[in-house]
Design a protein around this ligand. Structure first.
Ligand code: GLN
Length: 191
C-alpha cells in the first residue's frame, strides 16, 4: 500500500523511516499537487511548525485537495503540528487549516517550563506506549464524534474520528511502531 507523507517542513523523514520498517508499505513524499494521486491509501501530516506548513499548503495549492480527500474518507494521521492542521478549532490567532477533526486545540500548551517531555501512557488497546511531546498542542475539547484513545494529565493526547487519527505527541521519534501499526490497520480495513 502507498502511504503519503506530507514533506514540506518538519519531521517527515522520521515518519518515512518508521513506515519503511513495515513490509508491503511504500512511502511517497507529498510536495506538490501532482503527488496526490488516486492510489494513495493514507496520508501522514507530520509535526513541525503548523503556521509554516499551513502557509505552504495554501501556496502550493495542496490545502484544498487534501481537505477534499480527507472529507471523502482518506485515512489521515496527524502528529503534533499535523493535529493542529486537522483541528476544527484553534484557540487564539490561527492559520488556514484542513479543519475536519472536531476538536479545539491550544498550541504550545504545555508551558515553557515543560516545553518538551516524555512519558509512557496507555493507548487504546495497545497498552503503554512511549510518548514524546515537543511544544505540543493540547486538545481542550472534543465532540461526541471523537474517540479519545489516550489521556495524559487529564487531557486527550490521541484521538480518532472515523478516518482521522491524531496525536499531540510524536510516535515517530520512538522505536515503538504500534501507533503507526494502528494507523495502517485503519488504512487496510478501509480497502
Ligand atoms: N508548536 C508547533 C506548532 O504550534 C507544533 C510542535 C510540533 O509539531 N512538535 O505548530
Amino acid at each position: 500500500m502507498n502511504i503519503g507523507v506530507l514533506a514540506l517542513q518538519g519531521a517527515f523523514a522520521e515518519h518515512d523511516a518508521v513506515l519503511s520498517r513495515f513490509p508491503g508499505v511504500e512511502t511517497r513524499t507529498i510536495r506538490q499537487r501532482a503527488d496526490l494521486t488516486d492510489d494513495l491509501a493514507g496520508l501522514i501530516l507530520p509535526g513541525g511548525e503548523s503556521t509554516v506548513m499551513a502557509k505552504l499548503l495554501v501556496e502550493l495549492e495542496l490545502m484544498e485537495p487534501i481537505t477534499t480527500a480527507v472529507r471523502a474518507g482518506l485515512p489521515v494521521f496527524g502528529t503534533c503540528a499535523g493535529l493542529i492542521l486537522l483541528a476544527k478549532e484553534v484557540q487564539g490567532p490561527s492559520a488556514a487549516r484542513i479543519g475536519e477533526l472536531e476538536v479545539r486545540v491550544k498550541r504550545n500548551a504545555y508551558g515553557r517550563q515543560v516545553d518538551s517531555f516524555t512519558t509512557q501512557n496507555d493507548f487504546a488497546a495497545l497498552g503503554a506506549v512511549p510518548m514524546v511531546f515537543i511544544r505540543a498542542p493540547a486538545i481542550l475539547e472534543t465532540t461526541e464524534r471523537v474517540v479519545q484513545l489516550s489521556v495524559v494529565r487529564g487531557l486527550p493526547v490521541a484521538v480518532r474520528q472515523d478516518n482521522i487519527l491524531a496525536t499531540s505527541f510524536h510516535p515517530e521519534l520512538t522505536d515503538d511502531l504500534r501507533v503507526h501499526s494502528y494507523f495502517l490497520e485503519m488504512v487496510s480495513s478501509r480497502q
